[in-house]
Design a protein around this ligand. Sequence first.
Ligand SMILES: Cc1ncc(COP(=O)(O)O)c(C=O)c1O
Length: 297
Amino acid sequence: MQERMPAVDAWIWIDGELLPASEARVPVLDRGFLYGDSIFEVTRTAQRRPLFFAEHLARLEQSARLLAMTLPDRDALVMACRAVVDQFAESECYLRLIVTRGSGPLDLDPAVADAPRLVVLGKSLRLPEPALYERGVALATVTPADCGVRMLPAAKSSNYLPSVMALHLARKRQAYEALLCDAEGAITEGASSNFFIVRAGVLMTPPLSLGLLSGITRAVVLRMAQQHGIPTREARFTAEDAERADEAFLTSSVRGLVPVTRLNDQPLGPGQPGPITQQLLSAYAACLADGGSWSVS
Ligand SMILES: Cc1ncc(COP(=O)(O)O)c(C=O)c1O
């Protein structure tokens, strides 16, 4: 009798080939592996199409410019993403697009890299439990003294050590996500998310000028708030300001909006998702229902 193979849960496009994730390999001399010399994007599909795909490709191009890196052409990027997404006929998928500067001799000089390596990873989408959206999560702030600062924060590079350490510290404090502060105590962003608070009916998020990733979901939320008549401000604020907020939430492409109901071991606001957070969560759900798009212009 023929043995039934388990379904492949994750697929990887690498060096022009589509492989089950368990079979994909990166050469040790790849600079992404050696130096974190690579950039990436993460999104998910909605109605089997990548969510905010054009915006993610535009940010990948911006990251490449900031790191003086050459990208494969757009058609090749789109074609690889399509090949991966096509493997998920039955479910939505998580999609990660990585471009490394390539391989070469052991030498920091980027000029020795051969050619960019394109890797696209797709896996079945697993979202946080619904209870997490209903109850909200706890955050803990961390300082540059605890975990260092993100380098070139406007570029989505694979150098995530400060975020890795920040999350390690936050988890030791039973928090779901770490909130990064700069040397002056201003909150910048989460370890892998952007951060919003609501105070006296105004939606506030740190400005990009403080040095943080220009989150795709952050921009969508600011746009949705304006469409719903919610006043918005991009302004500097500290952990103490956030602790006194009425509401808070974090954003990222895969998780969408996640209500925050505790900060630094204290309830934030009434300790449950607030009305503006709920309103934006519904608006975002409508966005998801509209689906993603393969259009890249
Ligand atoms: C450091 C950092 N900030 C913010 C975000 C949220 O960005 P986006 O909404 O584009 O996923 C991420 C996402 O991974 C991130 O790693």
